[in-house]
Design a protein around this ligand. Structure first.
Ligand code: PMP
Length: 379
């Protein structure tokens, strides 16, 4: 018999009650019954975003929310600064270039972050910067950016601050209003504990709406003005929303807000501390000093085939983890702990890692990683 648990940085595990909430006969999206749910979802998402502004729910993957930010905030010829610390910062850059936006790339080696000092230096040198793009949790490397510190810097220079929080929202704290974050893109299949298919955009307020009004990039489906108009007029969406996923979101938000955002964030911190203690206790090296609380990443030790390690952990021991993406394919292993995660998941990750390493000939003391993780849970 095969039993597999998802420990990948998206899609992540979906709680049974969240899956069940969507597995009901379909209801029509232009009904009072659905509008009631949808209104609740918008209010719930605003809480998760930490904003009194707007939260939009779209039928798309996370990349659609990223594109929504780009095409609504900018015009061809605008200049922007993009922090590129991995694959997803790079995606923002490719997207902006595709829309005729001039990009100043702030590239950091994989595993590193853009520090507040580096961002200040760039903004003080570059002229006419319309927006700054940063990845909250860079899923390809496992790092997180200090959004709370970067936001006020961007604001001081008068630029829009646009954040990809696709893999972070619901696992890492987000306070758009307090941290002066103008737009945030997120996705459903990560810490929000849903299947893929919904994406979210938070819009903080006047500064962002001014830019949206002035934007000249052509758009149709992702036009936020249409979504805003539709909400104001009738409390729904301009196009058919994935109704079943919305019903599931209603349940996942109930779980997240019921547990309390502070407690959800503390749980993610605990999962990350336990996983990282376990990794270190096995004699492995963490990939970065800036690892986020939603994902732990380690460097594959010398002499071990990284691809095979992921395969053994997944296929033989049932912990589906992820390897590295280019250029770190085979060189790192990524264990996610986002969303529906407790000590069960961390301990499974540890036991499967210990057994896989041991059978591949890497000298480990069986139980050492598990013990270190358990000590964190008991502390
Ligand atoms: N940004 C980040 C940080 C991500 O982790 C992902 C998904 N791995 C995306 C963007 C893209 O999301 P999607 O695959 O849902 O389009």
């Amino acid at each position: 018999m095969k039993k597999e648990i998802l420990l990948t940085p998206g899609p992540s595990q979906v709680p049974p009650q969240v899956a069940a909430a969507g597995a009901v006969p379909i209801i029509h999206h232009r009904t009072k019954e659905f509008m009631e749910v949808f209104g609740r979802l918008i209010e719930g998402m605003k809480k998760v975003y930490g904003t009194q502004g707007d939260a939009f729910i779209l039928g798309s993957s996370g990349t659609g929310a990223m594109e929504t930010c780009v095409v609504n905030a900018l015009s061809p010829g605008d200049r922007v600064v993009i922090g590129i610390t991995g694959k997803f910062g790079e995606r923002f850059s490719l997207m902006c270039k595709a829309w005729g936006v001039e990009v100043v790339e702030l590239v950091r080696e994989w595993g590193h972050i853009v520090t507040p000092e580096e961002l200040t230096e760039t903004l003080s040198k570059e002229k006419d910067i319309k927006a700054v793009f940063i990845t909250h949790s860079e899923t390809s490397t496992g790092i997180m950016h200090p959004i709370d510190k970067l936001g006020p810097i961007v604001d001081e220079y008068g630029a829009l601050f646009i954040v990809d929080s696709v893999s972070a929202l619901g696992g890492l704290e987000m306070r758009m209003d307090d941290w002066k974050v103008d737009m945030v893109a997120s996705g459903s299949q990560k810490a929000l504990m849903l299947p893929p298919g919904l994406s979210f955009v938070g819009v903080r307020g006047e500064k962002a709406w001014k830019a949206i009004e002035a934007s000249k990039i052509p758009k149709f489906y992702f036009d936020l003005k249409k979504y805003k108009k539709s909400i104001m007029k009738s409390g729904d969406t301009p196009f058919t929303i994935p109704v079943s996923l919305c019903l599931s979101l209603d349940e996942s938000l109930k779980m997240i807000l019921g547990e309390g955002l502070e407690s959800v964030y503390a749980r993610h911190k605990k999962m990350s501390a336990a996983t990282q203690a376990g990794i270190k206790a096995l004699g492995l090296k963490l990939f970065s000093d800036h690892l986020s609380y939603v994902e732990s990443v380690f460097t594959v030790p010398e002499g071990i085939d990284g691809g095979k390690l992921v395969k053994v952990m997944t296929d033989k021991y049932g912990a589906r983890v992820s390897g590295g993406q280019e250029p770190y394919k085979g060189k790192i292993v990524r264990i996610a702990h986002m969303g529906y995660v407790t000590h069960h998941d961390v301990l499974l990750a540890m036991t499967s890692l210990e057994m896989a390493l041991s059978e591949m000939g890497f000298k480990v003391e069986l139980g050492a990683g598990t013990k270190a993780a358990e000590e964190v849970f008991l502390s």
